[in-house]
Design a protein around this ligand. Structure first.
Ligand code: AMX
Length: 438
């Protein structure tokens, strides 16, 4: 069986060659144009980034190295006691473009568990933060501080060769992913369960088995399975989304993976991005309370219009790229449908009923380009039903997941020698001048 490092050593030269050929033959080939609407419209639609691990189709949704979510669910190894995708399998796929064998996935689980402890000073740093500080801010601080032990930074200072960049980036990336469960669970303990014991990293458990255990939910096998699925399928969503792009931009300065991913987390903490899952739950719980158990389609419709007329967005609906229901939303709905305790829950039912009503209301409202649910429409209600009710914490779980894609791209960016990002910007005056000169 080949190790992760051996597999990467094999696949990287072919990709380097492929890019070299592309550059030599097609540097001047035009693949799109830039309109003023793109410049003032958040760069939507501009084809401007190289991102290896996944590509998002507006209608079909995400594919990880060509594999759709249902294909990943069929092909990627699961935990010994589980049926859902193991995030380690997804990490292997994102990094190498290959489906790992069960043995390879187990080896990666073992390596991550062995590297999973936090340095003492990071534990002390997290313990010193006020519990009123948002868990996402705490997470970004903790991840940033892990750069104390960065192999990339240490070797850069010693003057390493460019050809060695990716190997040290990989070591940092694995160390970051390995430490996220302990870091994130410590934040959960400090904020929501102060004074209780925090389990140590168990060398025999997989990444999420450990995470769930450290969160205090180790006995809840269903929640652990849900977290595996959730963390695996949130892992990557191509490169232009705010967290991935922020992490990629910072990494392009040759900042190490810890600093780069800390920037990704800061972007994830915004309400239009990762914070949406906490907002969805707050909004659905308000709806449940206001409708007082008697929920009809017409009641939901009225509630949706009330939200829209008050000038707010419907959280969990719409997307910058997608133009269909998000396949990640569908995968999470299917998880709910297979479990009686979830399918009978009024909250889970409400999410489903909202999906039956909201697209038509949003179409009638006429603003959003995508009236369908994104992944955040479903993700929080399951956590809530399984007893993880502290919804300010939900984006941290997203943050554990999104690291898989961001660090994979980081390894590829260093292996392919991608340069510093530096797009051109214009002031309004300069843009007007540019338009006149056309
Ligand atoms: N409810 C009401 N109005 C919406 C809407 C929604 N769910 N989604 C978009 N709109 C509005 C926009 O606010 C915008 O209005 P404006 O012209 O007055 O500014 C208009 O429709 C056009 O927006 P768009 O091009 O369809 O979307 P976008 O690419 O600018 O933004 C997104 C995408 C996700 C930020 C937006 O749909 C939104 O705010 N959704 C609700 C929040 C949410 O669910 N975020 C999670 C996204 C997934 C994730 O990152 N986790």
């Amino acid at each position: 069986t080949k190790s992760l490092r051996e597999t990467l050593k094999e696949v990287i030269p072919a990709k380097q060659e492929q890019l070299k050929k592309l550059k030599a033959e097609h540097s001047q080939t035009v693949v799109g144009d830039v309109k003023v609407e793109n410049i003032i419209g958040g760069m939507r639609g501009i084809k401007a980034m190289l991102w290896e691990a996944s590509v998002l189709d507006p209608l079909e949704g995400i594919r990880f190295h060509g594999l759709s979510i249902p294909e990943c669910q069929k092909q990627l190894p699961t935990a010994p006691d589980g049926k859902e995708i193991l995030p380690e399998s997804m990490l292997w796929l994102l990094l190498t473009g290959q489906v790992p064998t069960t043995e390879q996935a187990r080896e990666l689980s073992k390596e991550l568990a062995e590297k999973g402890e936090l340095p003492k000073f990071v534990e002390d740093l997290l313990d010193s933060l006020p519990t009123t500080l948002h868990p996402m801010t705490q997470m970004a601080i903790g991840v940033s501080a892990l750069n104390h032990d960065s192999a990339f930074q240490a070797n850069y200072e010693k003057g390493m060769k460019k050809a060695d960049y990716w190997t040290h980036t990989l070591e940092d990336s694995l160390s970051l992913v390995a430490r996220l469960p302990a870091l994130s669970a410590r934040i959960y303990r400090n904020v929501y369960k102060p004074g209780t014991d925090l389990a140590a990293v168990d060398k025999n458990l997989d990444l999420v088995g450990n995470y769930s255990n450290m969160l205090g939910f180790g006995d809840n096998k269903d929640l652990t399975e849900y977290l595996r699925l959730y963390i695996a399928i949130h892992g990557d969503h191509e490169g232009g989304n705010a967290s991935a792009h922020a992490s990629h931009l910072v990494a392009s300065t040759l900042a190490d993976p810890f600093l780069s991913y800390s920037a990704g987390l800061q972007a994830l903490a915004g309400p239009l991005h990762g914070l949406a899952n906490q907002e969805v739950l707050r909004w659905q719980l308000n709806m449940l309370k206001e409708l007082d158990g008697k929920v009809t389609h017409s009641d939901i419709k009225d509630f949706l219009w009330k939200t829209l007329k008050s000038g707010q967005v419907v959280p969990g609906y719409g997307h910058g790229v997608l133009r269909n229901p998000d396949p990640r939303f569908i995968a999470l709905q299917e998880f709910c449908d297979t479990r009686p305790e979830l399918s009978s829950s009024p909250l889970v039912q409400l999410v489903k009923q909202t999906f039956e009503v909201a697209p038509d209301v949003l179409k009638e409202h006429g603003k959003t380009k995508n009236p369908f649910p994104n992944v955040d429409a479903a993700s929080g209600c399951v956590l809530y039903e399984y007893g993880l009710k502290d919804f300010k914490y939900y984006t941290v779980i997203f943050g554990v997941s999104r690291a898989l894609g961001c660090v994979s791209q980081l390894v590829w960016a260093r292996a392919l020698g991608l340069p510093l990002e530096r797009p051109k910007s214009y002031s309004i005056d300069a843009l007007e001048k540019l338009i006149k000169s056309q």
